[in-house]
Design a protein around this ligand. Sequence first.
Ligand code: FAD
Ligand code: FES
Ligand code: FES
Length: 490
Amino acid sequence: MNTLRFNLNGTWVEESTVPPTTTLLRYLRDVRRLSGTKEGCAEGDCGACTVAVAEFGPDGRATWRAVNSCLVLLPMLQGKHVVTVEALKDSTHDAYHPAQVAMAKALGSQCGYCTPGIVMAMFEATYRDDLKAPWQLDDQLCGNLCRCTGYRPIREAASSIAGCRPDDRFARALPQLKPQSMQFRREENGSLFATPTSFDELWSLLETHPDARFVVGGTDLSLEITKRFQVPRKLISLEGLHELHTLRAGPVHHLGSAVTIAELEAWSGSALEPLHRMVRYFGARQIKHRGTIGGNLCTASPIGDLAPALISLGAVAVLRSRSGERRIPLEAFFVGYRKTALQAGEILAAVEVPALAASTRAASYKVSKRRELDISSVSAGLLVEVDATNVVTTARLAFGGMAATPKRASQAEAALVGNPWTEATVENAAKALAQDFTPLSDHRGSAPYRSLVAANLLRGFFDETKDVPRPALAPGHAATVLTAEEVHHG
Ligand SMILES: Cc1cc2nc3c(=O)[nH]c(=O)nc-3n(C[C@H](O)[C@H](O)[C@H](O)COP(=O)(O)OP(=O)(O)OC[C@H]3O[C@@H](n4cnc5c(N)ncnc54)[C@H](O)[C@@H]3O)c2cc1C
Ligand code: FES
Ligand code: FES
């Protein structure tokens, strides 16, 4: 149980002395001397460190997923299969992988520093069976930076192999894989890393180590190690708790806290469109494969992208401890700057979201300086219900980036409810936003800019939903905001 065991490039490796807070990137380069995997930023932004991990989706099938090895701590691989760029060439037949051949043919590499990471992002694309639209290729590659080649040849290379699904050893390996237990526990010199696989085990660990911190995807927490060089002494990973990965549609949708953003994106397209608009531009593919719903909400960042969308949808946080479960409205989960309502010995188990009535108007918006892989300056989740006489009966307007926590705009909501859903009413509500928020100025936006953007998002929401309650983004859409032309002509 205290030995790390995972499959690296086709061979099972066991490690009982490497510290469990070692990142996969450092392990590959320093311990295994596999230096094909590069380090650029060590914070998930450049993709130079991309490797592939076989992960089981909600449908029980294993798929190769591109992840940032700089953010993966070794126990997050327990029982899993990892492929690095060194393994791509088939030495028996002296044949390079289609992703490598495509990059060479398209002249997609100059200095070559970014190339292994890009080839590994393309490796995932090779085996995907859901790459149907050109914009998905941009999404596949947006987590990889190249400073010298230019993206046209790289995109051409990716386009030529995307979804080609060669019948090779990587494809044939997937159906043979069975999910393995992630159970792991290492305690030494007052430090702890544990991945419990049952709730009983989790509660017992918490009784012995009340000062332990949780981790799941590590896309937030690992930065403490890689950027601040502060290694948490006690970590408990919740990734091994099967139940937390449940994603279930119903009259009340159940979103397990360990569901990844990529899984949420794939599911919400048809089940919860307003949320889907938000996750489209959440991080990059590598981040979406590791980042989770629970991790996003529990950081309680005022600019976390899920909170405003989920609050507007009436989400309820399900908190669980040894003594049982309690449910609170998601807006009450955020009690201060980066502070949640979680008590000692409690985890966020799931989020429950009521299914939307067909007539409910709802959308979510992310405004950032750059479209891809950027942090929101302002975000919003907006929901309005209107009765047969066009009078607003319910308004739930939630904003991120406007206060110390993701927060509902109660004054603006009050200006809407009981009044006709018209431009004049929306204008009053937009003005009332000034009483709801006194935003800060920082490098992402000044206070007046944020206030104006928030008011304009509300105005835009009215425009968007006048005729269609929940307009979807076009497949190749460049933002979470629809243009006036798209609103009026579909
Ligand atoms: C390059 C990059 C891009 C990003 N882009 C975005 C973006 O576009 N939008 C956005 O909102 N965020 C973004 N993030 C932030 C981060 O990826 C997300 O917040 C992600 O969802 C965190 O999930 P995780 O599982 O990786 O969290 P972890 O790092 O594992 O955990 C984060 C925190 O939550 C706690 N925690 C996790 N799960 C639970 C639980 N179930 N119960 C109690 N506590 C828990 C942990 O103790 C820890 O303190 C980005 C991060 C990076 C590095
Ligand atoms: S080193 Fe840049 S994403 Fe990992
Ligand atoms: S080829 Fe030089 S960074 Fe991409």
